[in-house]
Design a protein around this ligand. Structure first.
Ligand SMILES: Cc1ncc(COP(=O)(O)O)c(C=O)c1O
Length: 382
């Protein structure tokens, strides 16, 4: 059983017991991520408090994330979730009467739609639907956007079927139209290269729990520096100030760049997990990771076809991320049965998502799909 970076496998203890193939939901725990969380707990227990060390860990995570997506640290805000990031943008942008449309795609995770809908008094929220095959083409965007479109909100990779969009081409269309692009990268960061400058992305957010090897409770929001400075945050806090320790309650001077979107005290323990997770991710070559995951997608598609399972993901692996979604009407039950059999997979609505990472092998993917076919057949009978 070999993987892309075989040496890493032993550093994820759970892999001795389970095939964890759930990176679209929660990736496996690396021993250094656990050690980093323990370091925070030890510091609290042994020195009572160490704000400098805790803040430094979170700042390190911010800088590492900036490096991962080719941004500057001052273009990154530390937030608590992707929902928080979208809320901060939605609350802070200033729509004009003749440019107030926000175009949300069907790929957006529901929380993104819910956040925009909560601001529908200020924006015209429209939805761009996916085709029957679960994809949206660049031509669909060209037709849908207009000079009323303030912002397009979409996901790099779909949480449901793994469909991956070409952000470089998309951003050209959106910018030619004078609109802004917000990207939810929660399903792509950590499994595919992201270069916000080359892709010309205005705003992007991701949490750490999925392919980023971390835990929930911390997320990052990238905002292009010039854009960030043109926005006055409406969701903010003392960490978003130029000097949080000025303790001047009567005046507010926002920090430079996206840092003005930092809010309250950093989620310290989550920052420790993020720092360790990003240290591992930055050791990898994201192009290699993506190529390897494409090869695992080929394996998944072949095994699903052999087993007679219906595939909801694009069949062209270059148009998808790691996740291969297989149609299983009672997916929730199937997920539980699969765990009993030693395969950790992720149910979403009517699909089971097989979402390997660089530490998984082709054998694990194949065996999980063969087992799923049996579970599916059994659930149909009983
Ligand atoms: C693409 C995507 N965006 C957003 C979320 C939710 O993000 P949060 O809980 O950090 O708001 C998820 C969670 O599954 C997701 O897959």
């Amino acid at each position: 059983m070999s993987t892309l970076y075989e040496a890493y496998r032993k550093e994820f203890p759970i892999l001795r017991q389970y095939s964890q193939l759930s990176s679209c939901s929660q990736s496996a725990l690396h021993q250094e991520v656990k050690a980093s969380v323990t370091e925070y707990m030890n510091s609290w227990e042994q020195s009572g408090m160490d704000w400098d060390m805790w803040m430094t860990a979170c700042e390190e995570a911010r800088s590492q994330f900036a490096q991962l997506i080719n941004a500057e640290p001052c273009e990154i805000a530390i937030v608590s979730s992707v929902s928080h990031a979208v809320s901060a943008i939605a609350a802070s942008l200033k729509p004009q009467a003749n440019r107030n449309e926000v175009l949300v795609t069907d790929f957006d995770f529901p929380t993104v739609g819910h956040v925009w809908l909560s601001h529908q008094e200020r924006y015209q929220i429209n939805y761009l639907g996916a085709k029957a095959d679960g994809t949206i083409s660049l031509q669909d965007y060209e037709k849908a956007i207009s000079n009323q479109t303030l912002l397009v909100s979409t996901s790099h990779i779909s949480y449901y079927n793994g469909f991956k969009q070409d952000l470089s081409e998309l951003s050209k269309i959106i910018h030619d139209n004078g609109s802004l692009l917000f990207v939810d990268a929660y399903q792509s960061a950590g499994q595919t290269p992201i270069d916000v400058k080359a892709m010309d992305i205005d705003m992007l957010s991701t949490g750490l729990q999925k392919y980023m090897l971390g835990i929930p409770g911390i997320a990052f929001l990238y905002i292009r520096k010039e854009l960030a400075e043109a926005i006055t945050p409406s969701i903010t806090g003392w960490f978003g100030q130029q000097n949080p320790f000025a303790f001047d309650i009567r005046n507010s001077t926002y920090a430079d760049g996206a840092r003005r979107f930092d809010s309250g005290t950093f989620p310290m323990i989550n920052g420790f997990a993020a720092k360790a997770a990003l240290t591992i991710l930055l050791q990898l070559n994201m192009n290699e990771v993506e190529t390897y995951l494409h090869s695992l997608s080929e394996v998944a598609i072949q095994a699903a076809n052999e087993s007679g399972l219906s595939i909801k993901s694009p069949l062209d692996v270059s148009r998808k991320g790691s996740n291969t979604a297989l149609f299983i009407p009672n997916a929730g039950q199937a997920e539980k049965r699969m765990k009993e059999l030693g395969h950790i997979v992720s149910a979403r609505n009517d699909v089971i998502r097989i979402a390997p990472h660089f530490y998984n092998s082709a054998t694990e993917v194949k065996n999980a799909i063969y087992a799923l076919a049996e579970v599916h057949a059994d659930l149909k009978v009983n």
